[in-house]
Ligand binder design. Structure first.
Ligand code: ZN
Length: 479
C-alpha cells in the first residue's frame, strides 16, 4: 500500500501557522510570483505496454478482458488485446490491477480548493457559501493558480484524468489565465468554463471581451484543454447563493458564448429552471446542467429532445436538506437524458470518485431500488465514458479504444480493503478508495506511479496553498 499522498491536516496546520505569524500577503507572493515560477516539466509521452491487467475498456465492441494488455505510443492507445507481443517496448506490470479509463469529473469549482482550510460542515458561519463568498472577492490570480493546482493534484491522485473546471470567480482575464495555466501545468485534460466574479451585480453580464481574449490566447491548444462558460442561476430561486440573473443577462451571456462556439454550464439548485429556459428557446446540446434534483417529467422530455446533459454530484447533493429534492438518476436514465458524475468541489470533502459512485448507488437503492435496475458497470460508465459524452470529448477519451488518447488508470486489487477481489465493477463501486489508485496516465504521460507523483512536487503545492489561504484570510480581515 502506498503512503498517504495528500494530507488535509498538513494544509490546516500550515495555514494556521502562517496566519498566526501574521504574514502579509505581499510577502507571501513576493516569495513566488506567478511570473517567476519554475514549473517542473511534465513527463514525456513514451511508448509502453500495460501487461496482465483486468481490462475494463468501457467500449462495447472491445469489451473486457480478465487478463489483457494495452499498447500506448505518442500519447495514443494503439491496441487493446488479450496479449500484445512487442518485446522491445517498455512493460508496465499490471498484474493484480484493474486497467480502465481515467475518471471524468464533469463539474468542479477548483478555485475554492484552498478554502478547505476554513470550511466546516457543522458550523453555518464557516459553511461553503459563507466562506467562498467572503474570500472570493480577495482572490489574486496567484490564489486562483494555487487553488487549481491543489485541486488537480488531489483529483489526479484519486484517478481523474479529465476535470471540468467550473470557474465562477473570474475577477479578470488574468484570473482566467492563471486557472488555465494551473490546468496546463498539471497535465490533466479538461474544460475551463469561464464565468462571472464572486459578488458581481446580477444585472451585469460576465466580461465577454475577456472571454474572447482568453479564447484567442488559449484555443486551440494541443487538445488537452477546451473552453466554455458558466452561468449564474436563473429562474425563481428565492434564495440564490451564487447570484440569480434575469433572462436578458442570460441571453446576453449565452449568445456571447455561442457566437464564439463555446458550450454553457449552469447550476439548477432551487426550483427547476428547465421549462423557463426552454420557453426562452435557450436549451440545446451545448448546455450542461448541474444538480438534477427537482425536474418534472415534462422537463426531462425536453432535456432528452434538446440533447442537454445533466451532471450529478452525489456526495454534496446528499448533504442537502430533503426539501432541495432527490437525485433523479432513475428518472433521467428512464427518460434517456445524458447523465454524468461530478464532485463539485475539493473544499467541503475530498475528491473520491469511488465514494461518489458508492453514494449514488446507495441513494438510488434507498429511494428507487430494483424498479430501475442500476448495475456497478453503469456506475463506472457514468464516471468515465458518459462524462466524455457530456463534455463533448468522447472522440478522444472516456474508453480504452485504439485511436483515442491514452487516459488510463490502474487500480490495485490486492490491497487490504479489496482482496480477495471479485467482480471488477463491484470492486470499484463497493470497495475501492483513492489510495488503491496505483498509476494515472493522461494523454500518454505517466503522472502517478505506485501511488506517487512522478513529476509533481506536491509538498510545494501544499505549501503554496496554505500560504494562499492564510493571505486571503488576512486580506479579508478574517483571522
Ligand atoms: Zn457546483
Amino acid at each position: 500500500m502506498s503512503e498517504p499522498k495528500f494530507d488535509r491536516r498538513t494544509v490546516l496546520k500550515a495555514a494556521t501557522a502562517l496566519a498566526a505569524a501574521g504574514l502579509a500577503p505581499g510577502l507571501l507572493f513576493a516569495q513566488s510570483g506567478s511570473g517567476a515560477r519554475s514549473v517542473k516539466a511534465l513527463p514525456s509521452r513514451d511508448e509502453f505496454v500495460i501487461r496482465g491487467a483486468t481490462i475494463l475498456s468501457m467500449d462495447a465492441a472491445i469489451g473486457d478482458f480478465a487478463r489483457g494488455d494495452v499498447h500506448v505510443r505518442d500519447g495514443a492507445i494503439v491496441a487493446v488485446a488479450k496479449e500484445i507481443t512487442l518485446p522491445a517496448a517498455t512493460s508496465i506490470d499490471a498484474r493484480g490491477m484493474i486497467c480502465m479509463p481515467g475518471f471524468i469529473d464533469t463539474h468542479v469549482h477548483l478555485w475554492t480548493s484552498v478554502c478547505r482550510a476554513v470550511i466546516r460542515m457543522d458550523d453555518p458561519k464557516f459553511g461553503y457559501f459563507p466562506v467562498t463568498n467572503r474570500l472570493g472577492p480577495h482572490y489574486a490570480p496567484e490564489d486562483s493558480y494555487r487553488s487549481v493546482r491543489l485541486g488537480l493534484a488531489e483529483a489526479l491522485s484519486a484517478g481523474a484524468t479529465t476535470v471540468h473546471n467550473w470557474a465562477h470567480n473570474v475577477r479578470s482575464p488574468e484570473h482566467a489565465d492563471a486557472e488555465l495555466r494551473g490546468m496546463r501545468d498539471m497535465g490533466l485534460r479538461g474544460r475551463f468554463s469561464y464565468g462571472p466574479a464572486q459578488g458581481m451585480p446580477n444585472d451585469k453580464p460576465m466580461d465577454l471581451d475577456g472571454l474572447a481574449k482568453i479564447k484567442r490566447e488559449w484555443m486551440p491548444n494541443d487538445g488537452m484543454l477546451t473552453l466554455g462558460i458558466n452561468s449564474r442561476n436563473v429562474g425563481s430561486d428565492p434564495n440564490p447563493l451564487r447570484g440569480n440573473v434575469p433572462l436578458n443577462i442570460v441571453k446576453q451571456e449565452w449568445s456571447g458564448a455561442r457566437a464564439l462556439g463555446l458550450p454553457i454550464t449552469l447550476h439548477t439548485s432551487g426550483p427547476s429552471p428547465v421549462k423557463y429556459l426552454d420557453d426562452a428557446g435557450l436549451l440545446g446540446p451545448d448546455v450542461q446542467l448541474v444538480h438534477p434534483l427537482l425536474t418534472t417529467a415534462e422537463e426531462r422530455q425536453i432535456l432528452k429532445e434538446r440533447g442537454v446533459s445533466y451532471s450529478t454530484s452525489p456526495v454534496g447533493e446528499a448533504r442537502r436538506p430533503a426539501s432541495a429534492g432527490v437525485i433523479q438518476l432513475a428518472e433521467l436514465l428512464e427518460a434517456g437524458v445524458k447523465v454524468s458524475l461530478s464532485t463539485d468541489n475539493a473544499s467541503s470533502y475530498s475528491f473520491d470518485y469511488f465514494a461518489s459512485m458508492r453514494m449514488l448507488y446507495a441513494l438510488h437503492q434507498h429511494r428507487v431500488g430494483q424498479r430501475v435496475p442500476l448495475t456497478a458497470q453503469r456506475l463506472v460508465q457514468l464516471a468515465t465514458l458518459d462524462g466524455a459524452v457530456d463534455l463533448g470529448i468522447a472522440d478522444r477519451t472516456g474508453s480504452l479504444k485504439p485511436g483515442k488518447r491514452a487516459d488510463i488508470i490502474l487500480v490495485r486489487t490486492g490491497d487490504i480493503n479489496i482482496a480477495p477481489a471479485g467482480d471488477p465493477y463491484e470492486t470499484l463501486v463497493s470497495f475501492a478508495q483513492p489510495r488503491n489508485v496505483d498509476t494515472v496516465i493522461a494523454d500518454g504521460r505517466i503522472l502517478l506511479r505506485a501511488g506517487r507523483f512522478t513529476a509533481l512536487d506536491h509538498a510545494e503545492v501544499l505549501k503554496e496553498a496554505a500560504e494562499s489561504v492564510a493571505a486571503l484570510r488576512a486580506r479579508a480581515n478574517w483571522n
